[in-house]
Design a binder for this molecule. Sequence first.
Ligand code: PMT
Length: 229
Amino acid sequence: ARPKPLAEKRVLITAGGTIERIDPVRYVTNDSSGKMGYAFAEAARELGAEVTLVCARTDGPPPGGVAVVTAESAEEMLEAVMSRLTESDYIVKAAAVADYRPLHRFDAKIKKSADTLTLELVKNPDILQTIGEWKAARPAGSRPYVIGFAAETNDLEKHALDKLHRKKCDLIVANDVSAVGAGFGSETNIVSVYGAEGLVENIPQTAKRLVAERVLAIAIDRANRETAA
Ligand code: PMT
């Protein structure tokens, strides 16, 4: 049998793209398929973890053997994640969360009238940053190990390290979402993993499931070394 380094560990994973409603039939979203988050859920399950998968809009059914929670918008995802923080050993923020949502959510379908229509957007809460701030105020040994993502189209390392420090996470998985075979919707990904000290590992193009396995192996090793120190 394969070793189960995550036995008795609880892993919280977010997947998919949030939906920010404009009116009852229209919304703002993004191209996330949920495949990266699903791959983490499968990989963590195979390593023995008790997995909770918080799903926004995703393509296809979630993997079996994991608890699934639906959270449509960034605000719903924030609530779903924050209410489960104390019971999580690892958190993987693979979801693509909308940075902005419509300021007004109309109760009735917007009617076609003028030639132009302006949609005013307001900033969403940053879930990863909220987790990071919560975590920073907790004593060592009782904090989840937090893996964030960075979806970038330029200056990958600079933006990834900036997000790692600003959002106070333990690892950042950076993907150049403009590269072929990486990022949104594809079966494979190409990522670089960063810790506070800088680059930890470049993972060349491979199946999202293998990316997830490798990132979890890095995270488990680093989390164990931190608690042993
Ligand atoms: O779902 P797939 O089709 O498989 O595609 C995978 C992916 C490209 C979506 C995934 O690999 C990925 O990069 N996910 C993060 C997408 C994203 O929102 O990146 P970002 O750089 O905008 O955000 C950085 C981090 O902050 C992310 O962990 C994100 O979950 C988090 N965030 C962002 C905004 C916000 N309001 N709250 C957040 O928690």
